[in-house]
Structures are given as structure tokens and as C-alpha cells.
Design a protein around this ligand. Structure first.
Ligand SMILES: [Mn+2]
Length: 295
């Protein structure tokens, strides 16, 4: 296995809670990474003053755009080296920059969106105006603002596969229906009913039909049930269990080879004294890292 390059994004301006910006520092330290293996993109993660929040379509719009451009260019640059990539957030808005960078190098990449949420809101459909709910819409070019311009190569809607979704907004459901990709959404209820192994087999077949060459996993820890992962900003009950995750990880090698992944939404300020979620993150990160492949 080639040691991956780690990119840390201490960023939380895509969500409405303090804390996620502290995750990459803590996790990289606990992982005991060699300094030469990681690169931190430093960012002023303070919230901009919200003078007229009601009218704002995307909170912290400028900050999100600036971070996304920087991350996109960094990821595209790192992809030129023959090393797998791990991007540690931060909130899930960072996936806009990371996937935009990956698309510049690999257009036919499959994206597995492990998450309780759909993250395919536009400025119009979003109930919260938080950018962490919009990366997929922006990557597909469905937004109305400059978020659309981050990806210079569009993400094809049919290349995205959701696992663990259970909190889709009505607007998101409409968007997914209009894109004809409802059969790419594997809710946590569906996983409970059919089993994760069967879900992954379906996904493998769907990816084969599309002839996708590699895979990027966007792993939001809130895909897990709050009883497993407590320290995350947007907890949703009825999530995936540890045994679902074991089956998910066991089946990942049967999909196109995973070259990169995002790991997002750990909030150290919500963790307990024993750092239960941090330890879970480190163990899960290590398991995912062992599955990364070079192109
Ligand atoms: Mn989420």
C-alpha cells in the first residue's frame, strides 16, 4: 500500500455550529502521521457577520467559495502524484472543492455519498442556507450562484450513489426524482431491510453498467447511528450500525478502485471526555485508508 497524502481542512463555515474546524488537527495527531504525509489548508473559519441572514442564499458565501477554489486546485495538483488522497474536514461543504479537483483528473469517477443527508440542495431548495447541504447540486451545476463555477468538469448525476440517507428535504427529493436517479439512493431503512451486502452488490452492478473507472468516497460520519457516532453536528436517528459499516467496508474492494475519500463532520466540541467518537474516527479512517489504491 502506498501511503496516502492527507489534506486537512479546518473549516466549518458551511454549517451553523462551531467545532468541525478542530477535527483535522486532532485526527491527524491521533493518527500519528508523518509531517511529510499531510498538508493543512489554513483557513479563517470565523463566521462572517450575518447582517441580513434571511435574504442570504448561502451563508458565508465568499468564504465557502474561496475554500472550495483552494481545495480544488490543491486536490488537482496532488492527484498528479501517484498517491491516494484523504481529505479530512471540516464540514461536508469541503466535498465541493475536493470532488471538483478529482473531476479535473478523472471524469468517469463514481462517487459514494455515505451520509444521513442528501447534500443536493440548491440555494432555492435549502431550508438552512448552509453550504454543507449543497455540494452535490453545485458539482452538477444545479445551483444559481458562483458555487456552480467551482467544478470545471461537471459531476454526472448518475455517477452518485447515496448510502445511509434518511433526512432528505422535500426539495432534494424533487431534484433526485427529476434527475431520474432515485434508484441510486440507498436509505438506512433500505439497508436495514435488505442488508448492506445486497446494497453494495446493487451498486456494483450499477457502476459496472456505467463503466466507471475509479471511486471517490465522501464519508460523512453522521451516516452512522448517533448511538455509534455522537460527536457530529447534524445527528439523525435510525442510522447505520457498526455491522452495516463492517459490511460496507468489506464490499468496497468489489467496486471500482477507491483512489480518494473525504472524511467529514466530526465535531470534537461535542465529544465526551473519553473521546469516544475521535477513537472511532481514527479506527474507521485507518480501515478506509487500507483500501485505497493507486490508479
Ligand atoms: Mn450529513
Amino acid at each position: 500500500m502506498t501511503t496516502p497524502k492527507y489534506i486537512g481542512l479546518p473549516f466549518r463555515s458551511g454549517c451553523n455550529r462551531e467545532g468541525a474546524q478542530l477535527a483535522p488537527g486532532i485526527l491527524c495527531e491521533m493518527l500519528g502521521l508523518d509531517k511529510s504525509d499531510w498538508r493543512f489548508l489554513h483557513f479563517n473559519s470565523e463566521m462572517l457577520p450575518l447582517t441580513d441572514e434571511q435574504k442570504q442564499q448561502v451563508k458565508n458565501y465568499d468564504t465557502v467559495l474561496e475554500m472550495s477554489r483552494l481545495l480544488r486546485d490543491t486536490v488537482a495538483e496532488e492527484m498528479q502524484n501517484d498517491r491516494p488522497l484523504v481529505v479530512i474536514g471540516g464540514d461536508h461543504s469541503i466535498a465541493l472543492g475536493s470532488i471538483a479537483g478529482i473531476l479535473q483528473r478523472t471524469e468517469d469517477v463514481a462517487v459514494v455519498w455515505f451520509d444521513a443527508h442528501g447534500d443536493i440542495n440548491t440555494e432555492k431548495s435549502s431550508p438552512s442556507a448552509n453550504a454543507h447541504g449543497m455540494p452535490l447540486a453545485a458539482l452538477m451545476g444545479l445551483c444559481a450562484s458562483g458555487l456552480n463555477d467551482i467544478a470545471t468538469v461537471r459531476l454526472k448525476p448518475e455517477n452518485v450513489f447515496w448510502v445511509g440517507a434518511r433526512d432528505l428535504d422535500d426539495g432534494e427529493k424533487q431534484i433526485i426524482n427529476s434527475l431520474n436517479i432515485s434508484d441510486h439512493v440507498y436509505s438506512s431503512a433500505f439497508v436495514r431491510e435488505h442488508g448492506m451486502a445486497a446494497v453494495m452488490q446493487n451498486i456494483r452492478r450499477q457502476m459496472e453498467e456505467l463503466k466507471l473507472s475509479s471511486l471517490h468516497l465522501s464519508f460523512d460520519i453522521d451516516g452512522m447511528d448517533p448511538s455509534v457516532v455522537a460527536a457530529t453536528g447534524t445527528r439523525v436517528p435510525q442510522g447505520l450500525t457498526q455491522s452495516h459499516l463492517d459490511d460496507f467496508i468489506a464490499a468496497l474492494p468489489s467496486l471500482p478502485s477507491m483512489r480518494s475519500f473525504d472524511f467529514v463532520e466530526y465535531n470534537p466540541l461535542m465529544d465526551d471526555e473519553a473521546q469516544t467518537t475521535a477513537h472511532w474516527c481514527v479506527s474507521t479512517l485507518s480501515r478506509l485508508v487500507s483500501l485505497l489504491r493507486c490508479p
